[in-house]
Design a protein around this ligand. Structure first.
Ligand code: PBG
Ligand code: ZN
Length: 333
């Protein structure tokens, strides 16, 4: 046996659960988890999303119950996505004081005032064409989202959510200047205390497939590659995050999660803001599908993924596993 091996034996610190617990470096708390909910019009509705077992579209009354459950499990907060009764070219429902999100926020804050409620702030669920903003007028040289016109209505939506009582807004549309526009609009309307979580680094990803079923937000034509980022780009992500921080983002997010943990680490090293990661619908669907086949141990995989996000540097994890993971974390001491 070499002298070196006599001295260097990392396995000494892995011998039993007690020592492994003592030297564990990364901990996940239920409070680190944000539970995304899909809210639809109607009452008594829990319509399962086929590609996301365990996830359903919820009418407001049911969303209140799920929010209550998540709160009792110690989940850190929820983020709401609204699917309106009527979609139109400019997504009017998103800035209507009695729109789906506004009513959901009021009902949930009423029933569970201590629960932290965020609202995804984007137009793709509200527009009839399914893009994340309003389109250039017909006759314009490209059939694409009109960035600056969209900034205008993003500000209006954010103010409307704030007026309904939301705790934080989370713009996810990857429009240039969206954080500054929302900050300005909120401040002008007396909501300077409402923070912004920017989806700063959001890639044009195939992992969003199941979400688009859940949110009924598949673009009617084209794709989102003129606003969401190319998965190949890292420097560009630093630029996006730098701009959002300069525009006044209070927290920033990387999305998707598992295939982009390098970006989570890069942002953690570069910025001193709280950092979130979105464990997106396709990542959830893959875990659920493999678990349903008996090919993986779902509970262990879920906790392993959560610890990976935190180890990479995320403070917060937006995940559909939130209630399940919170339950598992409570059993685990
Ligand atoms: C909308 C939005 C999307 C997601 C969150 N907000 C989808 C998209 O860009 O099409 C994806 C979430 C998920 O896949 O779980 N801007
Ligand atoms: Zn969108």
């Amino acid at each position: 046996m070499s002298d070196f091996l006599m001295i260097q034996r990392p396995r000494r610190l892995r011998r039993n659960p007690a020592i492994r617990r003592l030297v564990r470096e990364t901990l996940v708390r239920p409070a680190d988890l944000i539970h995304p909910l899909f809210v639809v019009p109607g009452e008594g509705i829990r319509k399962p999303v086929a590609s996301m077992p365990g996830v359903a579209q919820l009418s407001i009354d049911q969303a209140v119950l799920i929010a209550q459950e998540s709160h009792q499990l110690g989940v850190g907060g929820i983020i709401l996505f609204g699917i309106p009764e009527v979609k139109d070219p400019t997504g009017t429902d998103a800035r209507n004081s009695s729109g789906i999100i506004q009513r959901a926020v009021r009902a949930i804050k009423d029933a569970v005032p201590d629960l932290y409620v965020m609202a995804d702030t984007c137009y793709c669920e509200y527009t009839d064409h399914g893009h994340c903003g309003i389109l250039h007028a017909v006759g314009h040289d490209c059939q694409d989202v009109d960035n600056d016109a969209t900034l205008e209505i993003l500000g209006e939506a954010a103010v409307s959510y704030a007026e309904a009582g939301v705790d934080m807004v989370a713009p996810s549309g990857m429009m240039d200047g969206m954080v500054a526009a929302i900050r300005r609009a909120l401040d002008q309307h007396g909501h300077s205390a409402i923070p912004i979580l920017s989806y700063a680094v959001k890639y044009a990803s195939a992992y969003y497939g199941p979400f688009r079923e859940a949110a009924e937000s598949t673009p009617a034509f084209g794709d989102r590659r003129t606003y969401q980022m190319d998965p190949a780009n890292r420097r560009e992500a630093m630029k996006e995050a730098t701009l959002d921080v300069a525009e006044g983002a209070d927290m920033i997010m990387v999305k998707p999660g598992l295939a982009y943990l390098d970006m989570v680490r890069e942002l953690r090293n570069r910025f001193d803001l709280p950092l979130a990661v979105y464990n997106v619908s396709g990542e959830y669907a893959m875990v659920k599908a493999a678990a349903a086949q008996g090919w993986i141990d779902e509970e262990r995989v879920v906790l392993e993924n959560m610890v990976a996000f935190k180890r990479a540097g995320a403070d917060l994890i937006l995940t559909y596993h939130a209630p399940d993971a919170a339950r598992l974390l409570q059993d685990q001491r």
